[in-house]
Design a protein around this ligand. Sequence first.
Ligand SMILES: *Cc1c(COP(=O)(O)O)cnc(C)c1O
Length: 467
Amino acid sequence: MKYISTRGAAPALSFEETMLTGLARDGGLYVPESWPRMSRDEIAALAGLEYEEVAHRVMRPFVGDAFAEDELRAIIADAYASFDHPARCPLVQIGANEWIQELHHGPTLAFKDVAMQLIGRLFQASLARRGERVTIIGATSGDTGSAAIEAFRGLDAAEVFILFPKGRVSEVQRRQMTTPADANVHALAVEGDFDDCQALVKAAFNDHAFRDRARLAAVNSINWARVLAQTVYYFTAATALGAPWRAVSFSVPTGNFGDIFAGYVARRMGLPIGRLVIATNRNDILHRTVQSGEHRRQGVAPTISPSMDIQVSSNFERLLFDLLDRDGPAVARLMDELRGQGGFSLPQGALERLRAEFDSARCDEDQTLATIADIHAATGLVIDPHTAVGVHAARAARGDRAAPMVVLGTAHAAKFPDAVERACGVRPALPARMADLFERPERVRDLPNDLDALRRAVLSALEGDGA
Ligand SMILES: *Cc1c(COP(=O)(O)O)cnc(C)c1O
């Protein structure tokens, strides 16, 4: 399997190179040159298998010969051994034919662990084989950073720099990033919002001299291996609920469009997904895009679901590539418009295709709080604000009640205790293994919103003079 850039002007790469590179050199994102299909029988055979086995069968065609069969199996097994539930991503029923798939059973309590635990190990195996070392630079709206740090800390093969928007992540999220003591981990608090952090990371990658000197790698949701690892739970959930014999719908709390794009990939592979609902908070660029065909950024408003406080959804470019018949130069033109003029209009045919693939709904702050309270009153479950956005959107966009609806539960409530307590009166406790999080010393460095400052911080750490 070869991977090509969404902007059509970077060399095609293997799975391993795509994973180690992240962003393409023409500024685009890598996607498979074609979508591998699973037959109905192959999908039916997934029902009841262990999560790890499903992961192997779903990912294998994309990985090709980058990892030997046994090596890939061992890496998958090791990655998910860190999860605290035997089903890894279990389903919990919350209503008539309505479910939450809990994706928060990994080490940092958000769904980012599902992919990150795996790719940390894939990177390690691959870099050890090549005798190489990389510098990972990532922007985070809160959860990616801690998941990346947890997956890469202490590894010889990687130095890790995580940029988060100062003052705009929850205290639990911040402490998860600033308390690991490993010398290869650097938490950077940026004066700006998440989009500023993401723009800094992109700018660092587009500085090819710096990129090569520091051997930059990206593990943000732009990394193809992350998207791939996330397709797996769509298969486990859907086959548990009757696929391929009936279609199953999903509602996905969406920020950078990585998680829901994984659902789109599962559908391209042949999984019968009914509705695929883009659930947004107040930062609703994607909802507005589906409704109006105008993809136009506004300012980011802070919310109680901070991991979705995003206006530039990087992975939307991957969808755009398909919506535009895989015309790289056309994608590049629209992305230039987005950067230069703050937005673009989808061509008519592309808008029709977008609407054929996705529904969308927006959930404001009051609706988020009310949904947490409703679910608690009806079921006793305490859900986090991101998951609540997904539940609200599922209910707003739900058509056929006979089709199962799965809401992706993207975080543990204990990551956002203030909002959850305000909503339902229950203050969710951290799991015992993290109970001393508030006592651990923090290590963090402030960073102005400036590329030169980022380059200096990275090079000084790599060259060993300073933090
Ligand atoms: C990252 C994140 C999201 C958004 O996922 P995307 O892949 O960026 O769309 C939603 N909820 C939580 C808790 C997250 O950490």
